[in-house]
Design a protein around this ligand. Structure first.
Ligand SMILES: [Zn+2]
Length: 395
């Protein structure tokens, strides 16, 4: 890869509270950011003029399932696809994601490690797509949430075997189902799937193997065992009471999450804008409340579940901002720097700084004041590779 310069561009680097007024050019070399500079100091050769554009770090989705087809609503139909069909569709999803400015994503589950194949093919430059970090088969109880992904375990000993199998397949983190979920018949989102002791042993083994843990938890009971066990991120974090309804967040638990630095990944997709006023206000009260207690949120969509497309993060972020009462700056941080830190890539991507990966999104407009600018994309750079975004994001 040759050295490339982008000049005359307004830059939000992911660190500052506003645009940089000291630099208007960026030089990338061999997949990395070499320097931020004044355009006057950049040689004319290999310059790409970006007049009128704003540059921000490439977006990160902390929760996707590359293997799931959002057009298919029945789990059995998902599972009956051949690997060949799945692989073809997964490459297509990855291409669309990176064309829509998503340069990194965390995959939180599949049954046959196909997303790891895709991760490696993207890393080798064989197929376009975001950098992926993958959890493989989620650890779940017998007939528990997503048991069809082959991570079922009857007890701690069996759970350890599931984790060891993921380690053998070179996953990047471990996912555990702390509560039931909606996708799985017979599982109850409000119920915890493990005792506190079991959960502690599962997380302890994953940590001993050198892995972070993402815990799926809808119910407050599941959130509690996940937090007590010291997971790194809580997915969904829906605060469901024992009756299955959203209840006010647990203050002591939120304070514990803040103290432990446990991230909340609320999986808000673009479809949530259709929720009724009363339901929305309950979600907002909880998200505002946990933030006031010091918890930090990251952007995530659960892409792949029915009707949630893999490349919709740019439009989902507007809905996330509305529901969580975030400013555009806070929202963008949750989808770049903070997300990178939460998924273990804080030294790799998420900010625009010399030495970091050249993961860049160029848009028209003013994203720090109007998130809709994210849907007016001009160009994407993923690990130094320029991807012309000919397909504009449509709402
Ligand atoms: Zn999920």
């Amino acid at each position: 890869m040759t050295k490339t310069s982008f000049t005359n561009v307004r830059i939000w680097d992911g660190l500052s509270d506003t645009y940089r007024d000291d630099v208007d050019a960026i030089v990338i070399d061999n997949g990395r950011i070499e320097v931020l500079a004044d355009a006057q100091d950049i040689p004319a050769r290999d310059r790409i003029d970006c007049a009128g554009l704003t540059l921000l770090p490439g977006l990160i989705d902390a929760h996707v399932h590359m293997v799931l087809d959002p057009e298919i609503t029945a789990v059995d139909d998902q599972l009956s696809e051949t690997h060949e069909v799945m692989r073809r569709k997964m490459r297509e999803r990855a291409r669309l994601m990176v064309e829509h400015g998503i340069t990194t994503a965390r995959d939180l589950g599949g049954g046959d490690w196909l997303e790891l194949e895709l991760r490696d093919a993207i890393a080798r430059g064989e197929t376009p797509g975001p950098r992926l970090v993958c959890a493989g088969q989620p650890v779940t109880s017998v007939k528990g949430h997503c048991h069809f992904w082959n991570g079922e375990a009857a007890d701690v000993e069996a759970a350890v075997e599931v984790i060891d199998r993921q380690v053998e397949h070179s996953v990047d983190l471990i996912k555990v189902m702390a509560s039931g979920g909606n996708l799985t018949r017979g599982s109850q989102p409000q119920d915890a799937q493990w005792t506190g002791e079991e959960m502690a042993a599962i997380v302890g083994h994953a940590n001993a193997c050198g892995y972070d843990v993402a815990a799926h938890a809808h119910g407050t009971a599941g959130i509690r065992i996940a937090v007590d066990a010291g997971v790194n991120t809580v997915e969904h974090c829906s605060w469901l009471g024992s009756d299955g309804k959203r209840e006010p967040f647990d203050i002591a638990l939120a304070e514990a999450m803040a103290a432990e630095g446990i991230w909340i990944s609320p999986t808000i997709n673009a479809g949530w804008r259709r929720f009724g006023e009363e339901y929305r206000s309950r979600i907002t009260a909880n998200l505002k409340g946990v933030r006031e207690r010091g918890c930090r949120l990251i952007a995530s969509t659960d892409a792949g579940i029915p009707r949630v497309r893999h490349h919709d993060l740019p439009i989902a972020l507007g809905v996330f901002a509305d529901l969580a009462a975030l400013t555009p700056l806070e929202t963008l941080r949750a989808a770049t720097r903070d997300c990178a830190e939460a998924i273990g890539l804080g030294n790799v991507t998420g900010i625009i700084q010399a030495g970091w990966s050249a993961d860049l999104l160029f848009v028209e407009g003013d994203p720090l004041h109007d998130l809709e600018a994210l849907t007016r994309q001009a160009r994407v750079v993923a690990r130094g590779r320029i991807i012309e975004a000919d397909q504009r994001v449509s709402a």
